[in-house]
Every structure is written in C-alpha cells, then in structure tokens.
Write a protein that binds this ligand. Structure first.
Ligand code: GCO
Ligand code: MG
Length: 408
C-alpha cells in the first residue's frame, strides 16, 4: 500500500482551518488537522513544501516509522509548527489504518473505557450577573462542567476569555480580525482582589455538584498564583488552568507547596519534553495538550501514558483552535484513555461547519459520544472547502497598565 498524494486546504466558516488529506493507491484517504491560531499559513507551507513530497510512495500503515522519520529526521527538532504538521500526518494515518480495519479508531487504541466522555463548556460574562446567566444556560443544556471567566470591575479592557458587551456571548471566541493584534490591558491586582470572591459566589449559586473550571491564561507570577490558589481552595474548583506562564515548569512547585487546588496546564506544549518533569514530579493534575499540536495520536498517547503512571489525567485542549478532525481524534483517545479526565468542547456545530466536516459524533447531556463509523468518523467536503480561503487574523496581545508587554 502506498501514499499517492496529499493535499492541504486552508479556510473554513469563520476559521482558518488547515486540513490535510492523504490519498492512497487503495482509494482510502485519511484526514488530519494542522490548524494553529494566527499562524495557519505556516503549517500549510510546512506540509506542502516539506511533508507532502516526503510522504509520497511511503506505506501509510507504518505510522510509527513515518512519525520517527519526520521527528528524528528534522535535525532541528520540535516546535509548534513542526509538531503540528507531524500531528496532522499522524492523525490522517491512524484514520487510514482504522478505515482499513473497518473499525472506529478507538478500537485500535484498546477499545472503550467509558461510553461518553465528560466535556466542559465556556461560560463568559462581562460582569458576574452576566456570567451567572451564561453558566445557567449551559447547566440547562445538561453540561456538568463549565469554565467560568468574568469581567473584572475597573479592568481597562475585557479580561481573558470574556466577551465585551453584556448578554450576547455564550461561546467566547477570540477576536481574530486583521494581522495586527488587538491589545488588551491586564491588571493583576484588580484580578486577584475580585476573582476569588466571584468564584465563591458561583459555587454558592450553583451548588456542590457543578464542576467549575477557571483559566488564568498564564497571567500570574508564581507567588501570586500560589496566593490565588490558596484563596480559591474553598470553592473546590475542578481545576485552575495555566496559573503561570507554561514555559517555566518549576513555577508550579510553589503553587503545589501552598495549595491543593487541582492544576491543569499544557495547551501550549507540543511535546513530551515540555511536560515530562511536571508529570514525573506530580506538579499537575491534568495535562492539557491538544492531540494535533502535540504530534498526533502517536505522541499524545505517549504523553497520556506517562501521565497515567503519575496520577495525572487528561484534559485535552478543545478551544476553537482545532477543527472537528482534531476534536474527533481526541474523542477516540478520550473514550479509551484509562486516565481520562475531561475534554474542553466548544460547540463548533454550525450548519456550515457540519457541511464542511460531516460526522455522526454527538454531544449529549454534557458527554461526547464517538460514532462507530470506521476511522476518525469525520468526512471533508471539498466542494464546501472551495467556498473558503485564508482570512488574516491574530490573537490579541496583553499589556500591563504601564505598557509592559504581558502574557496573553
Ligand atoms: C482555552 C484556551 C484558549 C486559547 C486559544 C488560543 O483554555 O481554551 O486558553 O481559549 O486562548 O486556544 O488560540
Ligand atoms: Mg486555556
């Protein structure tokens, strides 16, 4: 069996999805996601210029060797763009293999450990009342877990994960217009004074059963994060996400010494070498890598297995940074992984998105159920794809009140 060709598509409804389609001499094709917010044309170029010519003629069933060929064969290893490109290839090859086996992909991983995988939604409010309405909206729909992000009184611009304007937003999507980033102003002191009380009110309003998550988006220094984590302990958060910048693995030690709040980190990691110490030293409770960004199923499964040895559970990234292809790959890992925790899931299911990526995967009562279609269980409609093209966009940047550039 041989790979005969591979194509890269960029675009989608309101998103620059980067989609890889690998074709074979047996008519079976595989699909992978190489979307990366704000740098989409670069992964597309990496795939087109380097990966695709190297794929042609290879046996698609040898996904391990192909992964090693790209990872070890690139003398300058790792990095988000390369790992994402390898991830797209890897997911497409698993898609092909599972289609060949005529099985849903999770069967090749070891079958189902659970029926549905717990997901969490994003609630957002420009103020606390607005946020309460947003949480209630998801609770009514059957979600058992919700990430809560709230506007901070006096903060000069909307804080992370919060839409500007009241009431209109139930599904926070980062503003992506133009290649020059929007600038937001961040004030740590205002946040530290306000947010713990707001989280306590949310717990009081929604009772003990709701799983409440909160994302600090890398904005605190280690000492501040330790203080914050200690203060929110009575809220019994399901997790506190990215309390400090993810590049400093030691930062979490201080938080651990002062608090038992579960810590989740890793959406910006792209390899096991970004998180092996964190996991082995048991400084985190949830690992947040995305399957596409962290080298595909082959590599994300290694991270998952290492995490499992250290009581760390998965909480894969699932913001609208990924196409339904990555979300499906994660869905298959989630039903299998013995150390599955939770899956971030923003409903992408607009009619336009469903037309581009048709599938039978479904969300029901706060749980994600993978379909039993062979492979990943997601199609790609090329006629639909032809309607879209790349729209330049960028994630915002954050500055402190005095102008100092901060962590977005
Ligand atoms: C999350 C993330 C995202 C990121 C986004 C950047 O927890 O979902 O923090 O919202 O900001 O993925 O591309
Ligand atoms: Mg996050």
């Amino acid at each position: 069996m041989k790979i005969t060709d591979a194509k890269v598509f960029v675009g989608g409804p309101g998103k620059n999805y980067v989609t890889l389609k690998i074709m074979t001499d047996q008519g079976i094709y595989g699909l992978g996601d190489a979307t990366i917010n704000g740098r989409e044309t670069l992964t597309a170029a990496y795939l087109r210029d380097y990966i695709v010519p190297n794929l042609i003629g290879k046996d698609p069933r040898n996904s391990e060797d192909i992964w090693q060929f790209f990872y070890r064969g690139a003398y300058f290893r790792r990095g988000p763009l390369a790992m994402l490109a390898f991830g797209a290839v890897d997911v497409a090859l698993w898609d092909i293999k599972a289609k060949l086996a005529n099985m849903p992909l999770y069967q090749l991983l070891g079958g189902k450990s659970r029926e549905g995988a717990l997901v969490y939604a994003h609630a957002t409010g420009s103020d606390l009342e607005d946020l309460m309405d947003s949480i209630a909206f998801y609770v009514e729909q059957g979600y058992k877990a919700v990430r809560v992000q709230c506007g901070i009184p006096g903060m000069p611009s909307a804080s992370y994960g919060v839409a500007e304007g009241k009431g209109k937003n139930r599904n926070y999507i980062t503003d992506f217009s133009g290649i020059i980033p929007k600038e937001e102003i961040w004030d740590t002191d205002l946040y530290m004074r306000y947010m713990p009380g707001a989280l306590a009110e949310i717990r009081a309003r929604f009772g003990p059963d709701l799983k409440i998550l909160h994302d600090v988006h890398h904005r605190l220094l280690p000492r501040e994060a330790a203080e914050f984590a200690k203060e929110v302990e009575p809220v019994r958060l399901y997790w506190l996400e990215d309390p400090t910048p993810a590049d400093d693995q030691d930062a979490l030690r201080l938080i651990r010494q002062h608090s038992t709040v579960p810590i989740a980190i890793g959406e910006v990691f792209n390899s096991i070498w970004d998180c092996n110490k964190l996991i082995e030293n048991e400084l985190i409770d949830f690992i947040r890598v995305a399957v596409s960004h962290a080298g595909g199923i082959t590599h994300a499964r290694r991270i998952t297995d290492l995490a499992g040895l250290h009581n760390v559970r998965t909480g894969f990234h699932g913001a609208p940074s990924h196409s339904p292809l990555c979300m499906a790959a994660q869905g298959h890992l989630n039903v299998w992984a013995p150390n599955f925790g939770i899956q971030e899931y923003l409903v992408l299911g607009t009619p336009e998105c469903d037309a581009l990526f048709p599938s039978e995967h479904r969300l029901e009562n706060g749980l994600f159920h993978v379909s039993d279609a062979p492979g990943l269980g997601v199609g790609f409609n090329e006629e639909e794809a032809a309607r879209y093209s790349y729209e330049p966009g960028s994630l915002p940047v954050a500055r402190l009140q005095d102008g100092t550039l901060w962590n977005y």
